[in-house]
Design a protein around this ligand. Sequence first.
Ligand code: BEZ
Length: 204
Amino acid sequence: MKLLYADASPFARKVRAVAYELGLQDRIALDFIKAVPGAEPNRELGAANPLRKIPTLLLDDGRSIYDSTVICEYLDGLVPEIALIPSDGAQRAEVMTEHALANGLMDAAVGLRYETAVRPEDARWPSWIADHWDRIDTGLDWFEANSGRLAEPINLAQIALGCLMGYLDFRFAEKGWRSNRPKIAAWGETMLSRPSFTETVPAG
Ligand code: BEZ
């Protein structure tokens, strides 16, 4: 298998962290892809995924799998001894809803990165930026208020939350997401020191 990825992408990091947690990291070759929305289209990526989004997983038989959540589900299914996504209906819905929240917050954070670092300054939209920071604050507050959920055995939602924290540290350290959130700050310390995270630290 080959993963089309970028170090800086929290979605690619989520897939890589899942691969580590499942012990699959050595079965996945990494192919760094430069794909910036609004820049020259990356046709190599487009051939594998018309959305031209990373991460995209190329299987050995030539098929492609995307998006990051589908890739994680696929990888989780390869290792029957471990379940990062519960199979039971109610538990699964709970974990996947928490994953949708953490993943949506990553989406907001990446959108903010493009809005503030890539979009021309005179085309930026201050109320959009404020609204997306508000979503991130509200979402992190939800995890703080429901931190008991983070005591569950490691799952896909927790990995996505760790990737969000890592991305906020990487791109928006000055925002200080930890202040007033001691419970998830302490949890994040442990999560980000797992090999699945120390081996996938963003760069670039
Ligand atoms: C970033 O540079 O922050 C970034 C790069 C690729 C995907 C998402 C974010």
